[in-house]
Ligand binder design. Sequence first.
Ligand SMILES: Cc1cc2nc3c(=O)[nH]c(=O)nc-3n(C[C@H](O)[C@H](O)[C@H](O)COP(=O)(O)OP(=O)(O)OC[C@H]3O[C@@H](n4cnc5c(N)ncnc54)[C@H](O)[C@@H]3O)c2cc1C
Length: 445
Amino acid sequence: MKGLMIFRNNLRLQHNAALQSIKSKVDYLDCVFVIEPTWLANANVGRSSFRDCYSGGMGEHRRRFLIECLLDLDQQLRQRGSLLGVHFGEFSEVIERLILTHDYDVIALVDLPGANEQQQTQRLLRRFPLKQWLIADDFYLMDRADQRLGSLEYPQSFSKFRRLLDGMKIEPPKELLGRLPPPSIWAEICLKKLARENVEEAHSHSGASLQRLQGGENAALEQLNYYLHERGLIRTYKKTRNGLDGWEFSSKMSGWLAQGCLSVRTLFYEIQRHEDRYGDNESTYWLRFELWWREYFQWLARNAGPRLFSLRGIKRVNPLLTFYPEAFMAWREGHTQCDFVNAFMKQLRATGWMSNRGRQIVASYLINELGVDWRYGAAYFEQQLIDYDCASNWGNWQYLAGVGTDPRGRRRFSMEKQKDVYDPNGEFTKAWLEEDSSYERSSFL
Ligand SMILES: Cc1cc2nc3c(=O)[nH]c(=O)nc-3n(C[C@H](O)[C@H](O)[C@H](O)COP(=O)(O)OP(=O)(O)OC[C@H]3O[C@@H](n4cnc5c(N)ncnc54)[C@H](O)[C@@H]3O)c2cc1C
């Protein structure tokens, strides 16, 4: 029997349900990952174009992180007698070609909530109905067949959804043991060339804390251990989580969760384990609570389909808009009239990361103060964020823009108030504006 393991946002060996289930069913196993050509198109060029944020390109930090994940996965697969075949092209076309050429009996992949990814999966299932398909649910905490999900009506508010999850317990994840079946094709891969072009350059001009945001399962497990067990930082999470800069104020797990270097089920289980050992407190509860938000957005996105990306959103309301490309460009480049916002945007461009507080503040500014179509902000975040996650990103943007599921409607933050509370001495703002010696505000706004 020949098997095909299609890696998507599950770039890990451990606690990988798709890999675990296909491993024992086949004699030969080809592990593959598809890189879409648009991802590598340079997303930082075309500064003058309002629309170039829809190019699908990844910013340098996101690209770097992904390639590090692939390098790490390939290395781990090799230690188990396998390897990662990296292919370039449109996902469905590449996979269809592989299946037709190599006539696989069993094919495994993970279910993802985004409309494109859903379409890709459905297209493959329709095209090859006689193959044995193993579709894993471990990008989520709950399985697709979970009865609790059946009781939901969409669109659903977070508070109702959350009640489903209260008291949820996760079983210990299954460890992957031993060697993997050998591949049937030993395709040479060009990861080294990609790494030379994307990883080294990005590292050469990034700060120390970014260097810790390194792609791959090994780095993810290290951070998990550091945050939960070694330093016990989870125990003060509720107090520190609104920090703006630095390594320790929040878990930093989002990038690894987004690429699937770590399963959300593993993280949830480790929080449980921590609580069993040291007791629960409001901070351990709060970290779990944030994972429920993540879960909420995943199922919302899966249900919303293309509406996740539409101007009128899940709620189908008309947001107030102006159409000044200059306003968007000033926001994106960190040249608005608000230094606090500018500092966050500089941080994002320089590192590929921004705190949750920062994301809320800059989103509110773009939507409410500049009146720009929220989708441009979401698309720019998609390009730049190391931890870009389709459901969490577009879901949060809709939420703040008042077109999602927030019963309170649009969220408008007072910039003065936010600055007074979260950057009272202006240290964060100063540090990021000083990074950019050519800093100036736009005269347009
Ligand atoms: C406009 C906007 C866009 C966002 N885009 C993304 C995105 O593309 N990818 C992404 O992972 N998160 C996104 N978030 C959510 C949140 O900002 C990040 O998950 C968080 O800042 C990541 O840092 P952390 O891992 O240290 O989080 P922690 O505070 O340590 O939280 C632990 C985990 O909980 C989850 N989580 C926390 N807050 C949220 C939230 N509001 N929504 C969904 N999940 C959450 C994440 O998986 C996170 O890793 C966005 C938020 C906003 C307001």
